[in-house]
Design a protein around this ligand. Structure first.
Ligand SMILES: Nc1ncnc2c1ncn2[C@@H]1O[C@H](COP(=O)(O)OP(=O)(O)OP(=O)(O)O)[C@@H](O)[C@H]1O
Ligand SMILES: [Mg+2]
Length: 383
């Protein structure tokens, strides 16, 4: 039976009595469903490893509670929690062969020898390394991907109730990483062990997780499926962290309550009419209040210079990425703080780098954030 997991107001302050206390987790509350593959995502230092270590009991928490299923494990020591963990800088024991590396957790638990042999063999089949087990070399003779699989096998072999993986693919090259993340998802679906997978790579989190949580400064900023978080980010930080988001400076044309439809003016006299649900503000908007308008690269279009309903830009770089063509376009900095990234399925006829173009926003897809929800970009005045 897979277990659920629940964090209830979890706080972690390192060195609370010291001169420089560090607040690493700031009242984290959420639930992971039984058998779920859950991703923790966030920038370096946001508290991902700390949350995993608290989950495993390797760090005590300074506030809140942690539950495995209905069991409050807050004060239970790590060796009495049945957890499998692959650490951020995992190390296999170089002086032991592969079999002994994987068997280690079973030996510690005083499992009989014939059971150990059966379990190690079964788990090495599961991670796709039966041949490596036959050769049984030292881990130093393994490739990066093989080492990674052995580390996962070592964490899984004693049937943990919960599996914690801290950036397990960080040391692999891009291609192997992709293969391994599919592999980890496959293994997790076979074992159905409730799993937390930590990464700071948003593509990896979206690809691997059933659901994900975005962390910032010890707070959960948003939690949901990949597509929920991608298409309906709750604030500008999440919008910018999950996939590329282009930002424009805008102003509310009229006053509105939160979640009410409101027209947004951007530089050059353009007025956008985003959908009602696209407005992400906590307190509504006053007429004239500055906002950030977020638009994904696939929701911007290029047309020839001077087209109606667009604004002027200059193409800086064109990259043909196979599935689409990516244009980097410079616009007036009063309009957008950074160069725009625009993905088009078809090339704009005759357009080359340095050309002047017209940029168009798919208004229905534009998201509106009040600047306080998010991310610190310079607030230039709208012209
Ligand atoms: N043992 C410790 N003592 C004091 N501060 C710590 C300790 N461990 C972590 N921290 C601090 O807590 C915060 C969160 O660290 P954590 O290792 O959880 O980040 P992370 O999200 O895993 O980052 P990364 O992506 O770089 O691995 C950081 O500010 C870090 O400096
Ligand atoms: Mg970490």
């Amino acid at each position: 039976m897979s277990l659920s997991m629940r964090y209830d107001g979890v706080e972690k302050v390192f060195d609370p009595q010291g001169r420089n206390p560090v607040r690493a987790l700031n009242g984290v509350s959420f639930t992971i469903e039984p058998g779920e593959l859950f991703c923790l995502l966030g920038p370096s230092g946001c508290g991902k490893t700390t949350l995993l270590r608290c989950t495993a009991g390797l760090e005590s928490i300074t506030g809140g509670r942690i539950f495995y299923g209905d069991r409050d494990v807050t004060t239970i020591p790590p060796f009495r929690r049945n957890i499998g963990m692959v650490f951020q800088s995992f190390a296999l024991y170089p002086h032991m062969n592969v079999f002994e590396n994987v068997a280690y957790g079973l030996r510690v638990r005083k499992v009989p020898e014939d059971t150990i042999e059966r379990k190690v063999s079964a788990i090495m089949d599961l991670v796709g390394l039966p041949d490596v087990l036959k050769r049984n070399p030292s881990p130093t003779a393994l490739s990066g991907g093989q080492k990674q699989r052995v580390a996962v096998a070592r964490a899984l072999v004693y049937d943990p109730e919960i599996l914690l993986l801290d950036e397990p693919l960080a040391n692999l090259d891009a291609k192997l990483r992709r293969r391994m993340r599919a592999e980890i998802r496959r293994i997790q679906k076979v074992t159905k062990i409730t799993t937390i997978f930590v990464t700071h790579d948003q593509e990896e989190a979206m690809a691997i997780g059933d659901r994900l949580a975005v962390l910032r400064d010890g707070n959960v900023e948003q939690l949901g499926t990949s597509s929920e978080v991608y298409s309906a980010p709750e604030n500008a930080f999440v919008a910018n962290f999950i996939g590329k988001m282009n930002f424009f400076h805008g102003r509310a044309v009229e006053s509105a309550t939160a979640d009410e439809q409101v027209r947004i003016g951007i530089a050059g006299g353009l007025v956008l009419e985003p959908q009602e649900r696209a407005i992400k503000t906590k307190h509504g908007l006053r007429a004239g209040e500055p906002v950030l308008v977020g638009v994904r690269p696939e929701h911007l279009m290029l047309r020839s210079e001077g087209s109606n309903g667009g604004f002027a830009g200059t193409v800086n770089v064109i990259q043909n990425l196979g599935q689409f063509i990516r244009y980097e376009v410079h616009v007036d900095p009063r309009l957008a703080p950074d160069a725009l990234e625009i993905d088009m399925h078809q090339a704009l006829d005759g357009c080359t780098e340095g050309d002047h173009v017209s940029v168009h926003i798919d208004q229905a897809q534009a998201l509106v954030f009040s600047p306080e929800t998010g991310w610190d970009i310079s607030q230039d005045e709208v012209g």
